[in-house]
Write a protein that binds this ligand. Structure first.
Ligand code: NAD
Length: 258
């Protein structure tokens, strides 16, 4: 199947986890890719892997919370491919913070809000003119079930993800006239903890997380990156989700229904 033949897709946080799995899926279905991440070495490895699937891939290394990164990545997209069809806003961090919100440091607040929320604002601001020039397209943003319910020691992260759910609705309303759809996904427990948190977690803590997921999730397990990537591709595909915009698609094995 080649749902994305001739399509150009920009993915942030593309060097690992969900971003990499989604880039792989888009590439395997014919897309050309612009991959953005702060980790240049991992990003180059991802590029080689995705090129092996036959895709045309360019990369941009930078911090997504900086306006220059968003502008440069979109300029690179236009210079290389002349258009953009899909923007996948996926980069984020998830540091464990203080138990109570008021104990969170000002620096931690700024860092999480800048990387998780401001980055999406900046990438949309830079990319939407090119999406319009292309004739429309799809924006998919990775939020989280943490934006729907409050988890201990994740208050700023949860607040950042809730903001993305609302940003998705604003984008959907403002740009329907431009033939741009905007949706977000809310994954629950995924198969790996995020890179920035991995260093803080012992293997014992990881085993406990897995056990906790099987207890709390009705389907009894963590979600696979490939499973979530398929939902991103569905929301990116005009053929399959042409009447879906402003939605927050929950992909959590039932975690939030109980
Ligand atoms: P990950 O850590 O493997 O991937 C995140 C990527 O973003 C990394 O490659 C990292 O280098 C990059 N990144 C971080 N800060 C950046 C910055 N300032 N500028 C540019 N790139 C930056 O984690 P993941 O599990 O693949 O997470 C992907 C998305 O899924 C995130 O938005 C996350 O919040 C969300 N999510 C993850 C889980 C989970 O359990 N892993 C659950 C729900 C939602």
């Amino acid at each position: 199947m080649s749902r994305f033949a001739d399509r150009v897709v920009l993915v942030t946080g593309a060097a690992s986890g969900l971003g990499l799995a989604t880039a792989r899926l888009f590439a395997s279905e014919g897309a050309s890719l612009v991959l953005v991440d702060i980790d240049g070495a991992k990003l180059e490895k991802a590029k080689v892997e995705i090129e092996e699937l036959g895709a045309h891939v360019v990369t941009h290394t930078g911090d997504v919370s900086k306006p220059i990164t968003a502008r440069s990545a979109v300029e690179l997209t236009e210079a290389t491919f002349g258009k953009l069809d899909v923007l996948f806003n996926n980069a984020a961090i998830c540091p464990l913070t203080a138990t109570a919100l008021i104990e969170t440091s000002d620096e931690m607040w700024d860092q999480v809000i800048d990387i998780n929320v401001k980055s999406v604002f900046l990438f949309c601001k830079a990319a939407i003119p090119l999406l319009i020039k292309t004739g429309g397209g799809s924006i998919v943003t990775t939020a989280s079930t943490a934006g729907l319910k409050a988890s201990p020691r994740e208050s700023v992260y949860g607040i950042s993800k809730a903001a993305l759910i609302q940003m998705t609705k604003s984008l959907a309303r403002d740009h329907a006239k431009d033939k741009i759809r905007a949706n977000c996904i809310c994954p629950g427990f995924l198969e790996a903890v995020m890179t920035d948190r991995r260093a803080e977690m012992t293997s014992d803590a990881l085993v406990k997380r897995r056990a906790r997921a099987s207890e709390l999730v009705p389907l009894g397990r963590e979600g696979g990156y490939e499973e979530v990537a398929r939902s991103v591709a569905f929301l990116a595909s005009e053929l399959e989700s042409s009447y879906i915009t402003g939605a927050a698609v929950v992909i959590d094995g039932g975690f939030t229904v109980v």
